[in-house]
Design a protein around this ligand. Structure first.
Ligand code: AMX
Length: 426
């Protein structure tokens, strides 16, 4: 089977031709409209972006290149990266070639550690991750090639190189951040006998006598890898990349979006909520106590973290995958039990509350409890794990965008007065 680069060299011209034909024959057809509510409401549901890597159907959840995420839970994240880019899972040979390629690129330049060492002791780990990615911009091959005057049809090649470079280094960087920021001792050297996520788990140094923590990391990296193109991190990365800013600039920007409490930070908020319940009721609460606590939260004008979604209208299959893992690995863990109890309680409360369009759990409702079970109690770090995983999706989307010659983003904005006049409001 072909390597990633060979496969893309074969696929991209075909895809370009397909798009060229589509635009020529149907370029002026309308695929979406925008209501006033959507324009003021985060463009929810407006179809104005192209993303071929994955799709989130409101009633089904995430599918990567047409494969439901629950059918991919036993794959390595490297396999998912190959799938995101090429529409095919790699065979053994292509997978080991990709893994070898990543291992060869994994050394983190010393200036990255120097920069991280100068940051404040209480810097948020997401700030550290985004900064580390940004400082590596000086190594961008795309930026160098662009300056030399590379042809537009070749853009994707150095972008792929940058992407592989970044993916290869992210586990060491993220693990280094974990150990430094939370005083876990010196950095741990990578073990080249391990796969990408297994190595990440190893370098974090979380005790793992059963190997389940490494399995959890593999699952975590697969489940968070991509969620189509309109979510804040993917869209931000896409937008920045559309200015031909290189992958380092683009991913760093995407990570900053992921750091928001309504997006990637929700997993830590969610665990806080679960632990507050545990503390208040001194263990696993009863269903009635849980209902009371949920109403107290809602009546205080706060959201129930881990529930609701901008697109999904069913239980997030990624939550189900984590729940399944928890039921196998730690069914008696009190924190996990509360997560499970919440799953059986919150949807009815939110339905009665009547505001959230989706009363079901999203991916963040369960992941934190599993990390906590393995002794990773540093909540501020959880979004970093999300960020490392989501980089797979952000980077595959950028490679595709450059490969397909997408234009710089420039939607039209209008003022409130314009809207009022246009709709004939008083
Ligand atoms: N608890 C209470 N109220 C909720 C709610 C929840 N879990 N989810 C939505 N609502 C409320 C909204 O705040 C909004 O209220 P408003 O009309 O007073 O502003 C109303 O229901 C309608 O919102 P919506 O259309 O259903 O959701 P949205 O697309 O505006 O927002 C999301 C989606 C995820 C931000 C929202 O459901 C939320 O805040 N959930 C809790 C935080 C969370 O779990 N985020 C993680 C998302 C996944 C991720 O990116 N990691």
């Amino acid at each position: 089977m072909a390597t990633l680069k060979e496969k893309l060299s074969e696929l991209l011209p075909q895809k370009q031709q397909e798009i060229h034909q589509l635009l020529k024959e149907h370029g002026d057809k309308v695929i979406s409209e925008v209501t006033v509510r959507q324009a003021f409401g985060g463009m929810r549901g407006v179809k104005a972006l192209i993303c071929d890597t994955s799709l989130v159907e409101p009633d089904k959840g995430l599918a990567i290149r047409g494969i439901p995420i629950l059918d991919l839970v036993d794959k390595f994240p490297e396999e998912i990266f190959y799938l995101l880019l090429t529409d095919e899972l790699p065979d053994k040979e292509a997978l080991s070639s990709l893994q070898k390629d990543l291992q060869e690129r994994e050394e983190v330049p010393s200036y990255v550690w120097d920069v991280l060492d100068t940051m404040a002791d209480d810097a948020h780990p997401m700030t550290m991750l985004s900064t580390a990615v940004l400082v590596m911009q000086r190594d961008s091959l795309f930026a160098k090639e662009y300056r030399k005057g590379i042809s537009k049809s070749e853009y994707w090649k150095p972008v792929l190189e940058d992407s592989l470079q970044l993916i290869a280094r992210l586990p060491s960087i993220a693990a280094g951040i974990y150990r430094k920021r939370f005083n876990k001792g010196p950095r741990i050297e990578p073990d080249n006998n391990l796969d990408w996520a297994g190595n990440f788990a190893h370098m974090m140094g979380v005790p793992d006598p059963t190997g389940d923590f490494a399995n959890m990391m593999r699952l975590y990296m697969v489940l968070h890898s991509d969620h189509e193109g309109g979510n804040v991190s993917a869209h931000t990365c896409h937008c920045v990349g559309s200015a031909l800013s290189d992958p380092f600039y683009s991913v760093s920007a995407g990570l900053n979006g992921l750091a928001g409490p309504l997006h990637g930070l929700a997993n830590q908020e969610c665990l806080r909520f679960v632990l507050a319940l545990k503390e208040k009721y001194n263990g696993v609460p009863t269903k009635e106590q849980l209902v009371d606590f949920a109403w107290e939260t809602l009546n205080a004008g706060k959201v129930i973290p881990g529930y609701g979604h901008a697109v999904l209208r069913v239980t997030d299959p990624r939550f189900l995958a984590f729940r399944d893992f928890g039921l196998r690995v730690c069914p008696d863990d009190e924190v996990f039990k509360i997560v499970d109890l919440l799953f059986n309680t919150i949807p009815d409360v939110l339905k009665e509350h009547g505001k959230a369009k989706n009363p079901w759990p999203n991916v963040d409702a369960g992941s934190g409890s599993l990390l906590y079970h393995f002794g990773m109690k540093e909540f501020d770090y959880y979004t970093v794990l999300f960020g490392v995983s989501r980089s797979l999706g952000m980077l595959s989307q950028i490679v595709m965008s450059r490969g397909l010659g997408e234009a710089i983003e420039r939607p039209k904005s209008v003022g409130t007065d314009w809207v009022k006049k246009f709709v004939g409001a008083e």
